[in-house]
Design a protein around this ligand. Structure first.
Ligand code: HEM
Length: 414
């Protein structure tokens, strides 16, 4: 393999045709904690690409803080940091308190009550899609399904679902000209610098969230919005408007985009691996475990960021206090030191300690059990049907170095 370390992970074009697996491999081999230049006004970041180094960063929250932004690579000033702060961008006690508010709702036990609903929803989604000979797997299957589950948890009407999908696309697609109304690196985005993803769509999400909150304040609803507005976190500090709107927006994004893309990637990976389809059809009891490989291989969140609180060393490099340290989960998931034949889609892989949801740190994805359940139920249903899906044109990927997303995935039935 040629050395590709000159490629910049800050460049969204590098991700326009899917994940740059060769670049990640090259970085792991030759420059595993690599300094990446960025265009001004940003100052560059460390790209951490080996599994073991990523684990070190996620676990050591004293040295690597989330407080100054965990999703944005952009450097935020102190007022932006405050305005945009969510649970994901908090450390310590406040983080624990915010997380604890909804932690119970996302345990496998609490989610078990949704299983019948999920199976019905999956069956309806697949019945409708498979009634067509040719269709776009994203539009007809993947995009709708996770957001419908979220709509149930938030207790919002089905008619709002298309709007929720559009908001997610506009925010997460802020580096893709097809989805963004204001591109992240455009001068115009300066007007929206206080909003998550610098996206005007965030304002609409806030308005929507507040209208739900106002209607449910003081009520006895058990949905997530009612709980957020009526419960006090364990640190005794109620959610203020900023806390609520950023929590709400985080759920809309996190509960929607990531699972959707995992489902699309998995369908693609299965079509490319007919042996895996045959095995899972013959032994459907393997599917719950196979979900771990679906997740490892999809890696829908490319990275999360931390910021060094002090001078330190990582992978032999000198990190300075204030440096951005970016954990590339997608690269860690293909680390040959941890996964045998990492580029093989092996649905029986064991162990499979992937870092798709983060790993080992306090921010481990809150919705991981829900995502696992949704993906499991989707493929348990799909794989028991006598259908044979094939590619029907090229897959279009999201131009984003944050989310490994699929925009369009044309399929046809044999
Ligand atoms: C395949 C689907 C999903 C993937 C790949 C994913 C991935 C992630 C990742 C990588 C993190 C950050 C981990 C870290 O920085 O250490 C995270 C955090 C989070 N996720 Fe997910 N996620 C998924 C689905 C969901 C769902 C369905 C929900 C909820 C409805 C959700 C809610 C959250 C929340 C609230 C956080 C912040 C947790 C915290 O800061 O403590 N996610 N997720």
């Amino acid at each position: 393999m040629t050395t590709t370390t000159s490629h910049s992970l800050a460049d969204n074009d590098l991700f326009a045709n899917g994940a740059p697996w060769e670049v990640f491999e090259d970085l792991r081999r030759h420059d595993p904690v690599s300094w990446q230049e960025e265009p001004a006004p940003n100052h560059g970041f460390w790209a951490v690409t080996r599994y073991v180094d990523i684990l070190e960063v996620l676990r050591d929250t004293e040295t690597y803080s989330s407080e100054v932004g965990a999703t944005a690579l952009e450097e935020l000033d102190s007022s932006q940091i405050e305005i945009r702060k969510s649970m994901l961008d908090s450390d310590g006690e406040r983080h624990r308190a915010l997380r604890k508010l909804l932690q119970h709702d996302f345990t496998p036990r609490a989610l078990a009550v949704y299983e019948t609903f999920l199976r019905g929803l999956t069956a309806n989604t697949l019945d409708a899609a498979l009634s067509m000979k040719e269709f776009d797997f994203v539009a007809e299957v993947a995009a709708d399904f996770p957001i419908r589950v979220l709509a149930k948890l938030l207790d919002v009407p089905d008619q709002d679902i298309p709007q929720l999908i559009k908001w997610g696309n506009r925010m997460v697609g802020n580096t893709d000209p097809e989805h963004a109304d204001v591109l992240l690196d455009s001068d115009e985005s300066e007007k929206y610098k206080d909003l998550p993803f610098r996206s005007p769509a965030a304002l609409e999400v806030f308005d929507y969230g507040f209208s739900l909150a106002n209607a449910r304040k003081g009520g006895d609803g058990t949905d997530i919005v009612s709980r957020l507005v009526n419960q006090t976190p364990i640190d005794g500090k109620p959610l203020d408007d900023r806390d609520f709107r950023n929590y709400f927006l985080l759920l809309i994004i996190a509960g929607n985009e990531t699972t959707r893309h995992t489902i699309s990637h998995t369908m693609n990976n299965l079509i490319n691996n007919p042996d895996a389809i045959a095995l899972l059809r013959a032994q459907p009891e393997l599917i719950p475990w196979a979900v771990e490989e679906f997740l490892r291989y999809a890696s829908p969140v490319y990275h999360m960021r931390r910021t060094a609180t002090r001078n330190t060393k990582l992978g032999g490099r000198e990190i300075k206090a204030g440096d951005k340290v970016v954990c590339w989960f997608a690269s860690g998931n293909r680390d040959e030191e941890v996964f045998v034949e990492p580029h093989r889609f092996d649905v029986t892989r064991k162990p499979n300690e992937h870092m798709t949801f983060g790993r080992g740190g306090p921010h481990l994805c809150l919705g991981n059990s829900l995502a696992r359940l949704e993906i499991q139920i989707m493929f348990e249903d799909l794989l028991t049907r006598p259908v044979d899906l094939h590619h029907n044109g090229t897959i279009d990927y999201l131009r984003s170095n944050f989310i490994h997303g699929i925009k369009r995935f044309p399929v046809k039935q044999a």
